[in-house]
Write a protein that binds this ligand. Structure first.
Ligand SMILES: [Zn+2]
Length: 315
């Protein structure tokens, strides 16, 4: 099989490092991490996006966010062959230089407490994608598990506008449905859903309706098919063919050029059978190659993502 490089739009390894800073991204000796340098190498990874996620029980300030960025430098970028990605030029250079890119995203803006200066500082520190909420409600929006299912607040709209102005990509995964549509209305720039599947294939609130998927396609956004078993198949006993069904659904809606993967590795404690870490991505590549040609599979794994980021990251 020809080498197919891989881009992954979402992993939570920084959260695991934040919870336990003795873990090693470079060696991963006890295999405590799904995503590590050896496994990214095994995956022919060309770019991994690292989410800054702060758990619900942590303080809602900038401190754990900044600690996560420190760990990103100390543990991830310190690994040989890893390269910080912030601009279209960085993306173009990945292939040329044969390195693995690492980009920062923010999963939940609770710690910013509505202060746009904090958002601008995170941009200066290299954060290039952001979701307003995790599952819960905060100062900016309601997340998908908030019972009242509200949308954006005035501050949330300000956040969208400031992300647009700076060139931070807006991530709609985890938003309530109303917040999703508010972001679609408010944003003048493409939106991504970094780790969400099709709700028609697997009825889970974290997944996207066909209308939401069409909306992301219409704004030239991205849909990141995710490997969270409960989002892949109802009941959670999922295998590679179940992942394929989500790919087929999104392609059927015209999203063949908007489809990427957002594994959620290190954010999950059960896995799709045969897909428990980046080193096993080869299994998914083989499954997809039975249904799609090599060029299409290459689009899903890397080309769609790289084209999008080259076009939409700030220069
Ligand atoms: Zn998530």
């Amino acid at each position: 099989m020809k080498i197919i490089p891989a881009v992954d739009f979402h992993c939570d390894v920084l959260w695991k490092l934040l919870e336990n800073d003795r873990l090693s991204f470079i060696d991963n000796p006890d295999l405590m991490l799904d995503v590590s340098l050896p496994r990214l190498q095994q995956a022919d990874s060309i770019l991994q996006i690292f989410a800054i996620y702060v758990s619900e029980r942590s303080e809602k300030t900038m401190v754990p966010i900044l600690r996560s960025i420190d760990l990103f430098h100390q543990k991830v970028l310190a690994a040989p062959g890893m390269r910080f990605v912030r601009s279209p030029e960085d993306v173009r250079n990945l292939r040329k230089d044969g390195v693995i890119g690492a980009m920062l995203s923010l999963e939940g803006a609770d710690g910013l407490q509505g202060d746009m200066a904090m958002l601008r500082i995170l941009f200066e520190l290299g954060v290039r994608a952001a979701g307003l909420t995790w599952n819960n409600a905060n100062w900016g929006a309601d997340g998908v598990m908030e019972p009242r299912q509200g949308g954006l607040t005035a501050k949330g709209r300000e956040f969208v506008a400031e992300c647009n102005r700076l060139g931070i990509l807006l991530d709609a995964s985890h938003l309530s449905e109303r917040s999703f549509w508010d972001v679609v209305d408010a944003s003048g720039r493409p939106i991504i859903a970094s780790h969400s599947n099709s709700r028609e294939i697997c009825n889970h609130p974290r997944n996207l309706s066909d209308d939401q998927i069409r909306a992301l396609i219409a704004v030239d956004g991205l849909i990141g098919v995710t490997f969270v078993p409960q989002f892949v198949r109802e009941g959670g006993r999922a295998d590679m063919n179940d992942v394929l069904r989500h790919v087929e659904r999104i392609c059927g809606l015209g999203g063949g050029k908007q489809l990427v993967f957002g594994s959620d590795f290190d954010g999950i404690d059960t896995h799709v059978a045969g897909l428990s870490n980046p080193g096993e991505l080869v299994n998914l590549k083989e499954t997809l190659l039975k249904q799609y040609n090599a060029e299409q599979v290459q689009d899903f794994f890397a080309e769609n993502a790289l084209r999008f980021l080259t076009k939409h990251l700030p220069a």
